[in-house]
Design a protein around this ligand. Sequence first.
Ligand SMILES: Nc1nc2c(ncn2[C@@H]2O[C@H](COP(=O)(O)OP(=O)(O)O)[C@@H](O)[C@H]2O)c(=O)[nH]1
Ligand SMILES: [Mg+2]
Length: 336
Amino acid sequence: MMTPTPANESVARWRVATPALAAGAVACIEITGPPGAITDVLRAIGIGAFPVGRVATRGLCGVDVGLVARWSPSHVQLMPHGGVFAVRAISDRIVAAGAVRCDDGEDPRETDYFPEARDKHEARILAALGRTRSPRAIDLLLDQPRRWRLFEQGSGPGPARDTSRLLDRLVDPPLVAAVGGTNIGKSSLTNSLAKSNVSIVADERGTTRDHVGVLVNLDGLAVRFVDTPGIRPDADPAESRAAVTAWRLVRDADLLLVCGDKDALPVEPPGVPSTVGRLSVALRGDLGSPVSWRPDIVTSAATGQGIGELSRRIRGLLVPDAALTDPAPWRIGGCP
Ligand SMILES: Nc1nc2c(ncn2[C@@H]2O[C@H](COP(=O)(O)OP(=O)(O)O)[C@@H](O)[C@H]2O)c(=O)[nH]1
Ligand SMILES: [Mg+2]
């Protein structure tokens, strides 16, 4: 439970309240604060008037349908699917509605889950080991108790915020989106990276609703790979819903593969922040290399050309070698 809101505090406060180890099918986002501020946030995020004592399903910010519970005038919980995209999108809307993030620091529940853990660092490492899908995370996680001990004894480096943020991608898979024109080989590239003919799979941490794409292992890093459909004017409603979902995801991507081929220029949808990393990729390279533009890399799903190198480049951009070899202890999930 969050600490009570001080009387002079006029804004709503929120936090992701899903216990670290329970992260899975359902997430919990908790909003507390003055009743008027909470009502304003609920209105701003499209839930509308929601009386005290009610528990009901509601559309959540257009990204999901989930449970809303207003336990008291000053305490609301939203329970969307636990997929990282749904939680992130809803959190963004709550922030835009003026609520202030409030994490109380150490979550006692983490150590509750791992009575054998010596401290919160070890509990977090055990939780992360249970969740990660990235082979590269394992040795690094196992080395963390030693690093924290060295740091606490004053004989090792302290945690580095930027390194930790990058390493967190080993536990929470980053999102990579392939964008570009239609019929240039994006889906074939996806299949080739996934090494099987999969275009959509259910994700055990969420549902297909908040997850369009596949989890692929790229050079030891688990990545959520989204293959965006083109938006066609004659698309049926289900298809255009899928397209809208995909375009929305693209804005949240950690890396865009901006794809073209020898004839098609690489194009990306408008509105992707300049902070999102980009790699330009020429597809169908077996048919010829582009002459009118200079790709960062040329690939061919048909021959396998460039696929291994693309995996390594993506991994290196998302979790650079410098972060993997930094001897600093890792603050998993930005935890204190
Ligand atoms: N020669 C060649 N053809 C490819 C390659 N990748 C895809 N194609 C073909 O290009 C067409 C479009 O591929 P697709 O992956 O559906 O493109 P998307 O619309 O961008 O997803 C299909 O006929 C594929 O068989 C490749 O690497 N080489
Ligand atoms: Mg396609």
